[in-house]
Design a protein around this ligand. Structure first.
Ligand SMILES: NC(=O)c1ccc[n+]([C@@H]2O[C@H](COP(=O)([O-])OP(=O)(O)OC[C@H]3O[C@@H](n4cnc5c(N)ncnc54)[C@H](O)[C@@H]3O)[C@@H](O)[C@H]2O)c1
Length: 436
C-alpha cells in the first residue's frame, strides 16, 4: 500500500498510464507539464504507441508494459494510475488498481454496466484511495463560472435547463458509425459513450437529485434504407456516390493525407485539435497513401456509412425532472452544420443564462430590471476547450491537505451514471423511469 504521507508531501506523484491512445496521451502531456506529476510507467498493447509514449516521457524500460493486466499483476509501480483504456476494460483496471493501493484517474464512462459502476464506487470507498472520473466538462472555465453564478443565485431559483450537443456529421460517422464506439456490444450505448458528460453537467448545474427520466431516439439515418443509389460496401469499391458523398473515406483519410481537406468540416474542438491527424491515427497504419488505402480496403474506416455494423443512435432527446421541480432537456444530434458544439440555456425565476463553451462566453439577463451582462473567459489551449488541463490541475489539488473530495468523485459520478442508464432504459422501453 502506498504511503499517504508521500502523496501529501510536495514530491511529484508518480503516474502509470494504462492505454497510450488519444486520451492517455492527452492526460500524460498535461501531467508532464505539471510539477506535481511525473509519468513513470506505461502499459499499452500497440507496440508503436507504446514505444513512442515511452520515448516521449523517458520511461525506464523496466516500467514499460505490453498490457494493463501485466502491470496490474505486479506490486504498485507508481502512486497513481490513469485508466485510459476502452470502455469495457475500465472496471477491471480501476478495481484492481484501487485494491493494489493506487489512486486512480478514470476515463468516462466509469464502466458499461450499473453494477460495475457501483463496484468501482464501493471499492473506492473501501480502499480510501482518491478516484477522479474524467467528466472534463465540469472543469471548463465557462461551466465553472455558470455553476458559480447559479450557486450565488444570479438568476434566482433554477426552473429549466436546456442543453444541446450538436456533432459534426463527419466526426460522428468516424467515431459512431465506423469507429470503435459504433456498437453497444463492443463499447457501450451511445448516450453513455458520448453524452454521460452532458447528463453529468446538467445534473451538476441542477444541484438536485434526479427523480424521473424519459427519452426518445433512434438510429434512422446511417442505415441501409438511406444509402444512395450505386453504394458499395466500401468507399474503395467503385461506389457511384463516392465523389459527392460527404462521408467518403477516401476524402476523409486520403485527400491530401496529413493535411486538412478544405471540403470537409472538421471538428475543431477538444481532443480533436487536428482532426485529420486524429482520424488517420485511428486507422492504425502509417501515413503513406498505400498504407492508408490498404487500411480503407480492409479495416473498419473504409466501410460505407450506410452499410456498417453500427447500432449507435444518431439522434436522442432526454427529459429530466429533478427534486424541487427543476426540469431539463438534453438533445444530441449527429447533424450539426459544422463543428462539434454544445449550447446551454438556463432559465431561473430571476433571469436567464446562456453560454457557449466553444466561444468562451456567458450571457446573463436578469429581470425585472432587464439587465444584461456578457462575460468573456480566456481560451486555454488544451483539449476540451482547456478542460483537459484544468482537470489535471484539479487532480493535483485533490492531494493537497485541504483538497477534499474531487468534484468528479466516484460517488458523484456514480449518481450521474445512474441517470444515463435510466435514460437508456427509458428510450428502449418507452417508459418514464424513476430513480430511487
Ligand atoms: N473524457 C473525454 O472527454 C473522453 C473523450 C474521448 C474518449 N474518452 C474515453 O477514453 C477512453 C479511451 O479512449 P481513446 O480515444 O483514448 O481510445 P484509444 O483507442 O485511442 O486508446 C485506447 C488505448 O488502449 C490500448 N489498449 C487496449 N487494450 C489494452 C490493454 N489490455 N492494455 C494496455 N493497453 C491497451 C489501445 O491499444 C489504445 O492505444 C475510452 O473509454 C473513451 O470512452 C473520454
Amino acid at each position: 500500500m502506498l504511503e499517504a504521507s508521500f502523496i501529501s508531501s510536495k514530491a511529484p506523484i508518480s503516474v502509470a498510464v494504462l492505454g497510450a491512445g488519444h486520451r492517455g496521451r492527452a492526460y500524460a502531456e498535461q501531467m508532464a507539464a505539471s510539477a506535481r506529476f511525473q509519468v513513470t510507467a506505461v502499459a499499452e498493447s500497440d507496440p508503436e504507441r507504446r514505444s513512442a509514449f515511452a520515448e516521449q516521457h523517458q520511461i525506464d524500460r523496466a516500467r514499460v508494459f505490453e498490457s494493463a493486466e501485466e502491470l496490474l499483476a505486479l506490486p504498485p509501480v507508481a502512486d497513481l494510475i490513469v485508466v485510459a483504456l476502452m470502455d469495457q476494460l475500465h472496471v477491471g483496471a480501476a478495481v484492481s488498481a484501487l485494491r493494489s493501493g493506487y489512486h486512480v484517474l478514470l476515463e468516462k464512462p466509469m464502466a458499461t454496466t450499473l453494477e460495475d459502476c457501483e463496484l468501482i464506487e464501493r471499492t473506492q470507498r473501501e480502499t480510501g484511495r482518491t478516484l477522479m472520473v474524467c467528466h472534463v466538462l465540469r472543469y471548463h472555465l465557462v461551466n465553472q463560472k455558470v455553476k458559480e453564478l447559479l450557486d450565488e443565485g444570479a438568476i434566482g431559483q433554477i426552473v429549466t435547463i436546456d442543453h444541446v450537443e450538436a456533432l459534426d456529421p463527419v466526426f460522428f460517422a468516424s467515431m459512431f458509425v465506423r469507429g470503435q464506439w459504433n456498437n453497444e456490444q463492443t463499447s457501450t450505448f451511445f448516450l453513455m459513450a458520448k453524452c454521460c458528460h452532458d447528463i453529468d453537467l446538467i445534473s451538476w448545474f441542477a444541484g438536485e437529485k434526479c427523480r424521473r427520466v424519459s427519452s426518445f431516439g433512434s438510429l434512422s439515418y446511417f442505415t441501409r434504407e438511406c444509402e444512395p443509389p450505386g453504394a458499395t460496401d466500401r468507399c474503395t469499391q467503385g461506389c457511384l456516390a463516392e465523389p459527392s458523398c460527404p462521408y467518403s473515406a477516401l476524402k476523409i483519410h486520403l485527400s491530401g493525407a496529413g493535411s486538412h481537406n478544405p471540403s470537409i468540416q472538421y471538428p475543431d474542438s477538444a481532443s480533436d485539435v487536428d482532426a485529420h491527424r486524429v482520424y488517420n491515427s485511428s486507422l492504425g497504419c502509417g501515413n503513406s497513401r498505400k498504407e492508408i488505402l490498404h487500411a480503407l480496403e480492409t479495416g473498419p474506416y473504409g466501410r460505407c456509412v450506410y452499410r456498417s455494423d453500427n447500432d449507435a443512435v444518431d439522434r436522442q432527446v432526454v427529459s429530466l425532472e429533478y427534486d424541487h421541480g427543476i426540469v431539463a432537456t438534453f438533445t444530441v444530434t449527429a447533424f450539426n452544420a459544422s463543428i462539434n458544439q454544445r449550447f446551454t440555456r438556463i432559465h431561473g425565476t430571476g433571469g436567464v443564462i446562456t453560454c457557449d463553451y466553444k466561444g468562451n462566453w456567458i450571457e446573463v439577463r436578469k429581470f425585472p430590471k432587464n439587465t444584461f451582462e456578457r462575460i468573456e473567459l480566456p481560451a486555454i489551449q488544451a483539449g476540451h476547450g482547456g478542460a483537459d488541463q484544468l482537470i489535471i490541475k484539479a487532480l493535483a489539488g485533490s492531494f493537497d491537505p485541504e483538497g477534499g473530495d474531487p468534484l468528479t468523485s466516484a460517488a458523484r459520478s456514480l449518481e450521474t451514471h445512474r441517470i444515463v442508464f435510466a435514460a437508456e432504459e427509458a428510450r428502449k422501453s418507452g417508459r418514464v423511469v424513476a430513480l430511487n
